[in-house]
Design a protein around this ligand. Structure first.
Ligand SMILES: NC(=O)c1ccc[n+]([C@@H]2O[C@H](COP(=O)([O-])OP(=O)(O)OC[C@H]3O[C@@H](n4cnc5c(N)ncnc54)[C@H](O)[C@@H]3O)[C@@H](O)[C@H]2O)c1
Length: 251
């Protein structure tokens, strides 16, 4: 492998790495040589064995990212086993759909807590460790709705807008200290998060017609951008959000 993209010996943590985009992101990092820690509310053993097929070390931790007060223990558990953390991919995310006029406060808080606050405080906890080591790569999952408003998902749009903004804020503080903070913005991807859209024939067709690439995205489509932002190839890249959207935003 080109050494710019080689992650051999690196330790990567992927939240929500059990399924959907997170699983393919974890597998992509392993394929580039990284040892991978998957964090999920309930770890699937199959994910760990799939990771190990790449000849890397895999670790799974049952953890709900809403347990803010346990982040230090989480980091400690990882460093005890893996020695350090070089790469953090904040992938865990949730969606709630309601008309804005009826959007319940409970769902607003839930989406903001998981997508925005948990991602920020995980950046803070793992970022502190990376700053001490003078090395780190953080990749946050933003969205097309970091750029656009969407329909019936105001909390999600607000949470992902926040992710894109504090990705810049963190990179301003940490760029000189060896820690890169960037984000990726997936387009319309074929995962469980979008079941409601995919099952709605009209919305599904409207979305597909607007994607220049002519297809919905797949988890594997995320791997190139993630490996780039996790590797030496992006050492001088700070605070950006890379769309992986089949051309949607350019339309
Ligand atoms: N699918 C898309 O079209 C799309 C588009 C833009 C952005 N994204 C973002 O990509 C990321 C992955 O989305 P996906 O499509 O794979 O969705 P998904 O629903 O398939 O997976 C989300 C993952 O996050 C985990 N998760 C959710 N809440 C958690 C919690 N409290 N603690 C620990 N883990 C938790 C889930 O268990 C799951 O593994 C999310 O941040 C999402 O917002 C997805």
């Amino acid at each position: 492998m080109n050494k710019l993209f080689d992650l051999s010996g690196r330790v990567a943590v992927v939240t929500g790495g059990n399924r959907g985009l997170g699983k393919e992101i974890a597998l992509g990092l392993a394929s580039a040589g990284a040892n991978v820690v998957v964090i999920a509310r309930k770890i699937e053993e199959e994910v760990l064995s799939d990771l190990e097929k790449h000849g890397v070390k895999a670790m799974g931790i049952d953890f709900d990212v809403l347990n803010f007060h346990q982040y230090d223990e989480l980091l400690e558990q990882i460093t005890e086993e893996m020695g350090k953390v070089d790469i953090l991919v904040n992938n865990a995310g949730v969606q709630k759909r309601h008309n804005a006029v009826d959007f319940p406060k409970e769902d607003w808080d839930f989406v903001m807590d998981v997508n925005s606050s948990a991602t920020f405080y995980l950046c803070q906890t793992f970022g502190k460790h990376m700053l001490e080591n003078g090395y780190g790569k953080i990749v946050n999952l933003a969205s097309l709705l970091s750029f656009q408003g969407g329909f019936r998902v105001p909390a999600y749009a607000a949470s992902k807008g926040a992710v894109m903004q504090y990705t810049k804020a963190l990179s301003n503080e940490w760029a000189q200290k060896g820690v890169n903070v960037n984000a990726v913005a997936p387009g319309y991807m074929n995962t469980e998060m979008n079941t409601a859209l995919i099952e709605d024939e009209v919305r599904s067709r409207q979305i597909l017609e607007r994607i220049p690439a002519g297809r919905w995205g797949m988890g594997t489509d995320m791997q190139g951008a993630i490996i780039f932002l996790a590797s030496a190839a992006s050492d001088y890249v700070h605070g950006i959000t890379i769309p992986v959207d089949g051309g949607w935003l350019g339309r």
